[in-house]
Ligand binder design. Structure first.
Ligand code: HEM
Length: 208
């Protein structure tokens, strides 16, 4: 058994998904995408499509709403998109990703590792957005757990390390597949900015 296999599941997942994290960070081009409020809104719209697909899939397979519900961030995305001027109809019409198959709680935990881990880098992105667009720029999604971040991440890591060894391969496979699906969804060549420009839109008005 290798040193990584000896380590807890958290260390295994971090090692297994390290290259996928690096690839996502490289390809996401997040600084360019959030440079304008319009671009930022378009990025949040893509994230909405991912969370809209993954959160119910994780919820169904995990079967633990008390643990998952405080970690859901679809509501934060809806709030940010609305504050950035997207209408309820526009939010409801956003495209959603197709989730991977999550056959059991271990796989769901591996997929959740990716969403929950993204709150760590999200804190840097939130600070960047506030510096660029002002402290009152809508940022509930990236602020995520706010001052509770440390405790939420510690609890999540504890959950990972408590997972029975038999579930580790499924968790690892789901984490890697979730990272790859997220990269494909966020970095695909599809247009990331709305095609039409409406002068009345507050975001349009503020965008340079
Ligand atoms: C949506 C895309 C992203 C996803 C899904 C993601 C996912 C993750 C995951 C799962 C972890 C936990 C690693 C561990 O087990 O320790 C993590 C940590 C981290 N990520 Fe990302 N990440 C994303 C984008 C980014 C970006 C763009 C940045 C750079 C701004 C970034 C910076 C970080 C940092 C600094 C940590 C470590 C934080 C710490 O240890 O305190 N991430 N991310």
């Amino acid at each position: 058994m290798s040193a990584v296999q000896d380590a807890g599941l958290h260390a295994r997942l971090r090692a297994a998904t390290g290259p996928a994290h690096a690839a996502l960070e490289r390809d996401l081009d997040w600084q360019a995408r959030v440079a304008t409020l319009l671009g930022y809104r378009a990025l949040l719209a893509r994230l909405h499509g991912f969370h809209a697909a993954w959160e119910p899939a994780i919820g169904g397979a995990l079967g633990d709403p008390a643990f998952l519900d405080p970690r859901r961030r679809l509501g934060a995305l809806v709030a940010d998109l609305a504050a950035l001027g997207l209408s309820p109809g526009g939010i409801a019409a956003l495209p959603a990703a197709r989730p991977i198959r999550l056959p059991d709680p271990a796989a769901a935990t591996g997929a959740l590792y990716v969403l929950e881990g993204s709150t760590l880098g999200g804190r840097l992105i939130a600070r960047h957005i506030a510096a660029l667009h002002g402290a009152d720029a809508p940022c509930a999604y990236y602020r995520a757990h706010g001052s509770g971040s440390g405790a939420m991440w510690a609890a999540f890591r504890g959950r990972l390390d408590a997972l029975p060894e038999a579930g580790a391969p499924a968790a690892e496979a789901a984490a890697v597949a979730t990272f790859e699906a997220l990269r494909a969804w966020l970095c695909a060549g599809e247009p990331v900015a709305p095609r039409s420009r409406r002068p009345a839109d507050p975001v349009e008005a503020e965008a340079p």
